[in-house]
Design a protein around this ligand. Structure first.
Ligand code: NAP
Length: 309
């Protein structure tokens, strides 16, 4: 007999999660604030709960997927709902921060519920397939007990006992996502301003991917070992990057592009160079991501005075 599962929240993602569970044969109960979204799932065999309380009472595993963690907590902390949580496993798949996840986990414990906080690094169309990466954190025993059920949603992995870890790794994924997408916006604007066909841009972009992947892998390796001083393996120094950035800043100015993006890069380089890292490996830049300049520590061995900015 497959585990009974309830899904709270049937937006684009929640409906995809529910469909995967129904398809895998889990007796599924669904609830959504706007009841009309439950009808297609009822047609697939789900039981539609009239209230959150009914949905939680129907199953041992409760998957929550609403807009964010705050909306989810507002639903679950309703006193009439909270009294149904004892003995349940709540799998929170709404986006939130590590702090919210830890706070939710503490509160769930006071209610006698088990809690896993998750991050979906996938789009609704691939939910239920091995391509859908889902990270969860919280008690390993709770994950292990329901691993088979959770695996129907995608490639679900347990990333730590600290309930905040999945949300923290989601933030890592968002940094990667928007780093790439905002860079692409800048690239498209330059190509259009220079009359370059976007098909040409796309070809060049793809060719650049392995180079950037290599640079990122090297950066991570050097950051792990705090190897900031340039050596024989250094691919490029802070100074070389800072110099090349002038070309991007110039072309952006010429075409009246929002200077915010290049200004951010410039100010990071200025801080690093002022602190003596001109000739250090680019990995020295990892020390200049915090807001307060005075918080930036000195590099190990990378304190030469700057030759120029
Ligand atoms: P969506 O289509 O906009 O659906 C939002 C859902 O949240 C709806 O079911 C909505 O109910 C419900 N909701 C919002 N506020 C609520 C409240 N105060 N009380 C009760 N229900 C409330 O969004 P989505 O794309 O499914 O995203 C849901 C979650 O998955 C988000 O945390 C998102 O970050 C995460 N996620 C989404 C994707 C994606 O590609 N879509 C990928 C990764 C993660 P109504 O129908 O009544 O409005």
């Amino acid at each position: 007999m497959k585990t009974r599962v309830s899904v709270l929240g049937l937006g684009r993602m929640g409906a995809a999660l529910a469909r995967a569970l129904i398809k895998a044969g889990h007796p599924s109960t669904v609830w959504n604030r706007s009841p009309d979204k439950a009808q297609p799932l009822a047609a697939l065999g789900a039981t539609v709960a009239a209230t959150v309380r009914d949905a939680i009472s129907a199953s041992d595993v409760i998957i929550v997927n609403v807009t964010d963690c705050a909306a989810s907590q507002a639903l679950l902390r309703d006193p009439k709902v909270a009294e149904t949580l004892r003995g349940k496993l709540i799998v929170e798949l709404s986006s939130g921060t590590p702090r919210e996840a830890r706070e939710a986990a503490r509160w769930m414990e006071t209610q006698g519920a088990l809690y896993l906080d998750g991050a979906i690094l996938a789009t609704p169309d691939i939910i239920g397939s091995a391509a859908a990466t889902i990270l969860v954190s919280g008690p390993l025993a709770a994950f292990t007990a329901h691993q088979e059920t959770l695996a129907t949603l995608g490639a679900v992995s347990h990333v730590g006992e600290d309930p905040g870890t999945a949300a923290a790794l989601e933030a890592v994924g968002l940094s990667q996502l928007w780093g790439g997408l905002f860079a692409a916006l800048q690239a498209i604007a330059i190509a259009e301003a220079e009359g370059i066909p976007l098909a040409t841009l796309e070809r060049q972009w793809k060719e650049g991917v392995p180079v950037i992947e290599g640079l990122v892998a090297d950066l991570i390796k050097r950051a792990s070992g705090k190897r900031f001083t340039a050596d024989a393996e250094t691919l490029s120094t802070v100074g070389v990057h800072a110099h090349a950035l002038r070309h991007l800043a110039d072309i952006s100015r010429i075409h009246n592009l929002d200077p915010g993006l290049t200004r951010t890069y410039e100010s990071r380089f200025e801080r690093a160079i002022a602190a003596g890292h001109l000739e250090d490996d680019f990995a020295a830049m990892t020390q200049f991501t915090r807001a307060a300049p005075e918080a930036a520590p000195k590099a190990a061995g990378g304190t030469r005075p700057s030759a120029h900015t």
